[in-house]
Design a protein around this ligand. Structure first.
Ligand code: FRU
Length: 465
């Protein structure tokens, strides 16, 4: 089924651009029966550069069609991350011919002065985007981090809310017309959880048995001190996504669920800048498979691209003995794979390059996906999952990537569920464990396609391809 037989690392179901550099997903939105994804994109090379919004569209959230670039850098700067919002009632007045406009909120980043300002562009056909001539809609000073606006309808006090980062805090702005914004509050992460420069905030609601709660996800650039202090139980990469659970009073967010450990959206090193789709009634997210510590050097440039997106994940909150926790379920049914083999306690050949493993693995067991020389190992103990990519493939492209802290992830188990789903796609492994409480995302770069699964201990698995 793959067009990718001659390339080793080009993913099949994890979106990557045909050519160029990609980071954060931007402006995720569902319109009619199509999903649109914009993304941080540099089309002229495979390294980060003047940012554009690339554009792709999908009907099934798995196979994406790449479309023309939606937003180009301009006099105000590069086009940094942001969100899309369907202005159904044409409150902004940017609609035309009776069609409601989609507003693309983004940050313009002036590269030399590092002035970050919030801007808007609009479209009624999702092809041509016009930048508003009154930009910026929220001005910003030079040399300051203020970015990545997410706009949602404010059902609590009416109007609309924009959530964006301001250095080490999250700022909330309110508007009645989607153009004029006033600051309504702020939330400073850290007291419980992690502090640092914040990026790509994302606020959404989730149903629980105690009624609705709000979740605030934030991508974090951690200081060295913060890494040491708070992440001793996890890996120590300098970039993580954390989340808070609480209330949104219409003006700001308050965290109400306190936890003893920082709550992470993903427990691998390579999931960042995740945000949810707009214009659908449940939280559905996609994140960038990357890490600023070493993504600039990953060897996929040999195959003309750098950067890929995660599979879509349905998010929710699940009550555990320790309190509510984020639960994420990968939407993989649309991949359309069928169970081809059922195995236990041995090594088996799989379809080359991409396959799914659904395992029941008791503690003391191990699952390896790999080829004859390299593999990623997942060990299940009574208390932990230990995911080890230190012998998974090429790693001489970046020293940090090769360090143990970025190679071996020891993740505390939160349940005694023995079910794990692993999706290997050429260079990306996504694992769903602990009933979705423990997603683990990482990349690895084998010189030859992975083509086998090995099981040790008390474990059985079904292979889908
Ligand atoms: C997060 C980020 C955003 C910014 C974008 C620039 O990965 O740093 O904060 O808008 O990437 O490409």
């Amino acid at each position: 089924m793959s067009e990718n037989k001659n390339s080793v690392w080009r993913t099949e179901v994890h979106f990557a651009p045909k050519y160029g550099w990609l980071n954060d997903p931007n402006g995720l939105i569902k319109l009619d029966d199509e999903y649109h994804m914009f993304f941080q994109y540099y089309p002229e090379g495979t390294s980060w550069g003047p940012m554009h919004w690339g554009h792709a569209r999908s009907k099934d959230l798995i196979y994406w069609e790449e479309l023309p670039i939606a937003l180009y850098p301009d006099d105000m700067g590069y086009i940094f991350s942001g969100s899309c919002f369907l202005d159904k009632e044409n409150i902004s007045g940017f609609g035309a011919d009776g069609k409601a406009p989609v507003l693309a909120f983004y940050t313009s980043n002036e590269a030399e002065t590092h002035q970050e300002q919030q801007c808007v562009a609009y479209s009624t056909d999702m092809v041509d985007f016009t930048k508003y001539d009154g930009n910026p809609i929220i001005p910003g000073p030079e040399h300051s981090n203020r970015r990545d606006p997410e706009v949602i309808r404010n059902d609590v006090i009416g109007g609309y809310t924009m959530i964006l980062t301001e250095e080490e805090c999250i700022a909330f702005y309110h508007s009645d017309d989607l153009i004029h914004w006033e600051r309504s509050g702020s939330f400073v992460p850290g007291e419980n959880g992690l502090s640092g420069i914040c990026e790509c905030p994302c606020l959404f609601r989730a149903e629980t048995e105690e009624g609705e709660k709000w979740v605030l996800m934030i991508s974090m650039i951690l200081t060295d001190e913060e890494k040491e202090k708070t992440l001793s139980v996890y890996n120590k990469s300098g970039y993580v996504m954390q989340y808070y659970i609480g209330d949104f009073d219409g003006k700001t967010f308050h965290d109400t669920e306190k936890a003893d450990v920082p709550l992470l959206v993903d427990y691998g090193t390579d999931f960042y800048a995740g945000v949810v789709f707009s214009n659908i009634d449940y939280p559905l997210s996609i994140g960038w498979i990357g890490n600023w510590e070493y993504s600039a050097d990953i060897p996929t440039s040999r195959e003309d691209f750098r950067g890929m997106m995660s599979l879509p994940r349905k998010l929710g909150l699940k009550k555990t003995p320790a309190g509510y926790r984020l639960q994420s379920s990968m939407l993989i049914d649309n991949i359309g794979f069928e169970c081809t083999k059922t195995i236990d306690n041995r090594s088996i050949h799989t379809e080359e390059g991409m396959f799914i493993v659904k395992a029941k693995a008791d503690s003391g067991s191990e699952i390896m996906v790999g080829n004859d020389v390299h593999a990623i190992s997942v060990k299940i103990t009574d208390t932990e999952y230990i995911v080890d990519r230190s012998n998974a493939g090429k790693k001489d492209f970046n020293e940090k990537y090769a360090e143990e802290r970025c190679s071996v992830f020891r993740i505390p188990r939160q349940t005694d569920s023995n079910e794990l789903t692993l999706i290997w796609d050429h260079a990306v492994l996504e694992i769903e464990a602990d009933n979705g409480l423990t997603p683990v995302t990482l990349f690895a770069f084998p010189e030859k396609n992975y083509d086998r699964v090995e099981l040790k201990g008390n474990v059985t698995a079904e292979i889908f391809s």
